[in-house]
Design a protein around this ligand. Structure first.
Ligand SMILES: Cc1cc2nc3c(=O)[nH]c(=O)nc-3n(C[C@H](O)[C@H](O)[C@H](O)COP(=O)(O)O)c2cc1C
Length: 397
């Protein structure tokens, strides 16, 4: 049983919210509702109060409760799950900008970002496809808000097109499905490595690779959302995350940090693009461009997964990545065996539309029991969730 907070903004689909409330109440959840001033013109507090057996929350400055509670803080703390449905273009824009000028948007800001939040946009097709709304939705999706996208259909304005809010039954199922996925990694300690490593030539120059870290960061964030205790170890990257990150620079740094931490983890996911070679003699001073040629001797870096496989405990799951430009499947399966991995995630780095620095990826996951799963092109967050579910299925046998 969960505490469900439903924020209703002023769209015509607000008339469906009593049915959504009923679905959660029938499932044994407690429901409280916030109405914006405009939403209260579409659906009455009385209907919602009767169904939820809770007071309906209108704008803070409109209610006169004594002694005055700080409702946006209390509601944000009370809720295990926050659903904003329907979410108007206006409320979505405020969420994207952090504007908190009513109880619903103040509660949104006060609600801890690691707790599940869903929004169900509903509006006229042109409003939905307006670049301002598209940008606003992308912004909040990137901050981890789950968007239950509207569908095509006949809209209240009689237009036919995309913008119709999903039916309450579908919203209910989508929320419950997401939440059951949220707990699948509960109690598991996961280490994720991400980003490139860099290998110094001198105090100014270095050798590195094109990894942005996006895939590894997406996996780490998704693992956290799915209930894992996550340690993210990252090579140099400008990506922002709310997770604590242990920053490392070179392959040797990364190996040393992992050697200290790996014993304690249940799952190690090596998404970092570790440099295969380093400069043998790093110059302490900037190398002058006095001659026409500069010869660097590169020596092999340790293979991190191979090194760690020597100390791998029974029951630990090690997952590697294979970024390949040719013979993707053959090379990935060979690596899986050579490095004694449980699983390998292969991606084709030749494709311009996925992989390096892209928000999208497409991968094939092989495990040592012989299974092969192709995960079609999608946002890296979605790919991350599918990889993690595949790891969990492997653990469950
Ligand atoms: C009859 C009517 C229906 C509306 N339906 C929608 C809608 O479905 N989606 C939407 O984004 N805005 C809709 N609007 C516009 C919003 O009500 C308006 O942008 C308002 O400022 C939203 O306020 P709120 O986000 O604080 O609730 C509608 C307005 C009216 C008068």
């Amino acid at each position: 049983m969960s505490n469900i907070l439903i924020g209703v903004s002023g769209g015509i689909a607000a008339y469906k919210i009593p049915i959504l409330c009923r679905k959660f109440i029938q499932a044994g959840d407690s429901v409280k509702v916030i109405l914006t001033e405009n939403a209260a013109k579409f659906v009455t507090p009385l209907t919602l109060e009767t169904l939820t057996k809770n007071r309906v929350y209108l704008d803070d400055f409109l209610t006169d409760i004594s002694p005055r509670d700080i409702e946006h803080i209390d509601l944000a703390e009370w809720a295990d799950i926050f659903i904003i449905a329907p979410a108007t273009a206006n409320t979505i824009a405020k969420m994207a900008c952090g504007i908190a000028d009513n109880l619903l948007t103040s509660t949104y800001l006060a609600y801890k970002t690691e707790k599940p939040l869903f929004i169900c946009p509903a509006m006229n097709t042109n409003m939905y496809q307006n670049p301002a709304t598209v940008d606003n939705l992308n912004k909040i999706a990137q901050r981890g808000v789950n968007i239950i996208s509207p569908i095509e259909g006949e809209l209240a304005c009689k237009d036919v097109g995309i913008g119709k809010m999903q039916e309450p039954e579908i919203i209910f199922e989508a929320v419950k499905d997401k939440l059951s996925a949220c707990n699948v990694l509960n109690g598991l300690k996961v280490i994720v490595t991400a980003g490139p490593t860099i290998e110094d030539i001198d105090p100014v120059r270095y050798i590195s690779n094109r990894s942005s870290g996006k895939m590894g960061y997406a996996i780490a964030e998704m693992a956290k959302k799915m209930g894992a205790d996550v340690t993210l170890i990252s090579g140099p990257s400008n990506l922002k995350t709310s997770l604590n990150v242990t920053k490392v620079k070179s392959a040797i740094n990364m190996l040393n940090v992992l050697k200290q931490k790996v014993e304690d983890c249940d799952i190690l996911i090596m998404a970092a693009a570790v440099a295969d070679y380093r400069v043998e003699n790093i110059s302490d001073i900037k190398i002058k461009k006095s001659s026409n040629e500069l010869h660097l001797k590169l020596i092999k870096n340790p293979d991190i997964l191979f090194e760690l496989s020597k100390v791998k405990r029974e029951g630990q799951v090690f997952v590697g990545f294979a970024a390949e430009s040719n013979d993707l499947e053959e090379n990935a399966v060979l690596k899986l065996k050579m490095k004694n991995l449980d699983m390998i995630v292969a991606n084709d780095i030749k494709r311009e539309d996925i992989a390096f620095d892209s928000d999208y990826n497409e991968v094939i996951v092989f495990n040592k029991k012989g299974s092969k799963l192709t995960i079609k092109k999608d946002k890296k967050e979605v790919i991350a969730e599918k990889i993690l579910k595949e790891i969990k299925a492997y653990i469950n046998g």
